[in-house]
Write a protein that binds this ligand. Structure first.
Ligand code: UDX
Length: 435
């Protein structure tokens, strides 16, 4: 790489912590700041606040090498670093708007504690116009002679493969009003060796929402195709494969199931709708995408009820997988939570299995026993419901699973099993988009 750069990262959440560790790994000197003192104390001991493959090693190694330090005060980063990455949370408000309070307080803290020029890089997902607003705020509060430039650099990493994604980025998007600031950021990110798109700030901000909204659209589209497949005797796996062979469509994000969850797609699709409403634009496709996603969870519950002739009271259902996707313990907007709530409303008793998110889930699901062993969750259950496609679920010993269940009944919300093989093995099997 070129010469190491001193970079600050504000916010030690998913994006901030992973970025900080990866920046240090490529040789930069990184100060990672979070106002949560307990989190910082834990990170200094090498304990991770999130479950993410490879992250702990990366943090420990770079902290030991002195390239990565953790602080609770923005001033610690502002005094030492030329580039300040802002990766604080931008959660949804109840009305769908984006809560910008953490961005604003980060800007105020930067302005207060910076004694020399800074390039402030916004990595958080923020509405269009935030870069300009942040720059105006910083400049209005700057000490005399201090110049701030704000650059937008949206983040596309996925939970569960965040470290891998950071080292294998499809693209780096840099949206700058000042060409010099954009160039400096390009130099800092050069070790990641990804194609760079230089653009203006507003376009960069919109690229993030547009990408997540499009991914959500792909998922809702394939889910509706799956619903159609069930009615006409087609198989969604084959339909998706056939579609995906067209290079213009591509094979990824065409897995039908119980809809998307997690912290990003649900939040960003709602924010996209809100942004459009604010400028009086009726974004019809986005409205449908969000609605279809909610309906997909309900359809799954309807399917389970129908198999029990509408009577779930007194039935025990084993839910396999709780996190919103495999390889993470994240339960934010996880389909499992909605699905379990609906099934319990209909009188079903739930038992669950998840290899990682059990302790977090126990707090959110009082009264639901959560096993670390899948066969224990299945014991004497009236059906198995596959909700998250963990490897441990995909590779279940099906003979053992069948012996554990009271009835050999499987609702596969993620199409992890082969329908014909399951039926040949004596299961009554319901997938998504399969007849
Ligand atoms: C997403 C984007 O992929 C990432 O670029 C962005 O930075 C953050 O949001 P993430 O939320 O980590 O990442 O998860 P992702 O792997 O995209 O999956 C989101 C949801 O969609 C999951 O619930 C997953 O199960 C679901 N999904 C995904 C499908 O139902 N079908 C698919 O084909 C793909």
């Amino acid at each position: 790489m070129g010469e190491p750069i001193a970079v600050g990262v504000l916010g030690a959440g998913y994006v901030g912590l992973v970025s900080a560790a990866c920046f240090a790994e490529v040789g930069h000197r990184v100060v990672c700041v979070d106002r949560d003192e307990r989190k910082i104390a834990a990170l200094r001991r090498g304990e991770m606040p999130i479950y993410e493959a490879g992250l702990e090693d990366l943090v420990r190694r770079n902290a030991a090498a002195g390239r990565l330090t953790f602080e609770t005060e923005t001033a610690a980063a502002a005094s030492a670093c030329e580039l300040l990455f802002v990766a604080v949370g931008t959660p949804s408000l109840d009305n769908g708007d984006v809560d910008m309070s953490q961005i604003k307080s980060a800007m105020e803290a930067i302005a207060e504690s910076s004694a020399d020029d800074k390039i402030v890089v916004i990595k958080s997902t923020v509405p269009v116009g935030t870069g300009a607003m942040a720059e105006a705020l910083l400049r209005s509060k700057a000490r005399s002679g201090v110049r701030f430039d704000v650059v937008s650099n949206p983040e596309f990493l996925r939970e569960g493969s965040a470290v891998h994604d950071t080292f294998h980025m499809d693209r780096i998007v840099i949206g700058a009003a000042s060409p010099a600031a954009g160039e400096r950021l390009r130099e800092a990110l050069a070790p990641f060796d990804a194609p760079v798109l230089m653009t203006n700030r507003e376009s960069a901000e919109l690229i993030k929402y547009a990408s997540n909204s499009f991914l959500a659209t792909k998922i809702s589209f394939i889910n509706e195709m799956a619903n159609l497949c069930e009615k006409v005797g087609a198989d969604i796996g084959m339909v998706a494969q056939g579609m995906g062979m067209d290079k213009r469509i591509g094979p990824s994000f065409l897995n039908a199931g119980i809809g998307y969850g997690g912290f990003c797609l649900p939040k960003d699709t709602r924010a996209q709708l809100f942004i459009a409403e604010n400028v009086d634009y009726d974004f019809k496709i986005m409205r449908a995408v969000v609605e279809v996603n909610q309906l997909q969870r309900q359809r799954f519950v309807r399917k389970v009820r129908a198999a029990f002739d509408g009577e779930l009271a007194g039935k025990t259902l084993a839910v396999m997988g709780l996190s919103f996707k495999p390889n993470t313990d994240d339960l934010r907007d996880a389909p499992s939570l909605d699905i379990i709530a609906m099934l319990r409303q209909y009188g079903a008793s739930i038992r669950a299995y998840d290899p990682v998110s059990g302790p977090k889930a126990a707090k959110l699901l009082p009264g639901v026993p959560i096993a670390d062993d899948p066969y224990e969750a299945l014991r004497d259950a009236d059906a198995m419901l596959v909700v998250t496609e963990w490897a441990q679920v995909k590779t279940l010993d099906l003979d053992r699973a069948k012996a554990a269940l009271r009835r050999p009944l499987v609702f596969d919300g993620r199409n992890v099993f082969d329908a014909a093989a399951m039926r040949a093995q004596g299961f009554r099997y319901f997938g998504i988009g399969k007849s």
